[in-house]
Design a binder for this molecule. Structure first.
Ligand code: GLY
Length: 347
């Protein structure tokens, strides 16, 4: 791991917020408080936190910092859950989802089921800054990406194709189709929680208490073509309120969507909760809202994993999940992995 950013640099940049930031109203929580530059993200963001902290320290816009951090993961063929090299849908085609929000303007951009573009988070940011829309999907999103100059390429790596082919030859009980004659059979997945999802969510707060976030994914492996998860849905996979904080999710997207996950976390921050407690509140809601038989294991506990990550406008961070796992954070002490708060100690 790269060197942590120096504590001295951060103490210098942690400021008493006394004036308006970029002509916008000050975050309510930040007035008169010391704001700490901070990052909360999924654990796969850890290697990119130090670089992101340095950029925040230099005054780069929080949204650009977050998008550039996740671009590393999107472009990495070894990460099979995001961007290039991501595991494909049931037809062997990689379809990507991403959204982002910019706290200082509360502006949002999103793309769903985007094919052939390695960095969907950049396309989502283009939707945010260059259109009057929030979300573009499928063919329209691809055409927009072409117009914005994004390069088209085959995203299916040989390693991902081989994994897909293996699934194709052996799947039957591991797909998303429910069995005939039963409304909601228990889905016989590989093992509770072992269905492949993966995503990166990255949330930043700068020394002015400005926050932004981004979420990006190739979604659930072997999904039904056209399936969109929580990652491109504002309020589910990500939500930012520039006066409150930024929160996002990874894990079983459908379960986050029905509980309006990231919005639930930000609303808990608004009520004054610490980010850790707000994330825990989010996972409780996800568990409560997903009680169908295919979402409950033999012990009556959730058969899925959901994780939330949050940073508030004071630079406090937290993470929580249904089952024990870790999240990554960055602050004056540098970058590190921390235990997420969890709802249950075991599956
Ligand atoms: N959370 C990523 C997905 O379910 O697509």
């Amino acid at each position: 791991m790269s060197d942590p950013v120096s504590r001295r640099g951060f103490l210098k940049s942690s400021v008493l917020v006394a004036g308006a930031s970029a002509g916008l109203p000050l975050p309510t929580f930040a007035i008169g408080k010391k704001v700490q530059i901070a990052i909360a993200c999924s654990s796969n963001g850890l290697p990119y936190i130090t670089e992101a902290l340095e950029k925040l320290e230099k005054g780069q816009d929080t949204l650009d910092v977050a998008v550039e951090a996740v671009n590393h993961v999107e472009s990495d063929p070894k990460d099979m859950s995001v961007g290039y090299g991501g595991l494909p849908n049931a037809e062997g085609i990689v379809e990507l989802d991403s959204c982002c929000m910019h706290g200082p303007t509360n502006n949002a951009g999103s793309v769903g089921s985007l094919r052939n573009i390695k960095n969907p988070s950049r396309v989502a940011r283009d939707v945010l800054w260059h259109t009057d829309h929030v979300m573009l999907v499928g063919e329209g999103a691809l055409r927009f990406a072409r117009m914005m100059g994004h390069k088209e390429e085959n995203l299916l790596t040989e390693a991902a194709r081989k994994r897909w082919l293996h699934w194709k030859l052996s799947h039957s009980q591991k797909d998303d189709w429910l069995e005939p004659h039963e409304k909601r059979p228990k889905m016989k997945k590989e093992k509770d929680g072992k269905r492949e999802t993966g995503t990166i969510n990255f949330n930043c707060c700068n020394a002015k208490g400005e926050v932004s976030g981004v979420t990006t994914t190739s979604g659930l492996a072997w999904k039904i073509p056209g399936r969109v998860g929580d990652s491109p849905i504002i309020g589910a996979g990500l939500y930012v309120d520039g006066k409150i904080g930024s929160a996002g999710s990874t894990g079983m997207g459908e379960c986050v969507i029905v509980s309006c996950g990231a919005h639930t976390v930000v609303e808990a921050l608004r009520r004054g909760m610490h980010p850790k407690d707000a994330c825990l509140h989010g996972v409780k809601r996800a568990a409560e809202m997903n009680r169908m038989p295919n979402r409950v294991n033999k012990k009556g506990r959730p058969s899925f994993q959901v994780n939330f990550y949050a940073v508030d406008v004071k630079g406090q961070v937290g993470g929580a999940a249904i089952y024990p796992t870790r999240y990554a954070k960055g602050d004056a002490q540098g970058a590190k992995l921390c235990d997420s708060a969890s709802l249950y100690s075991s599956w």
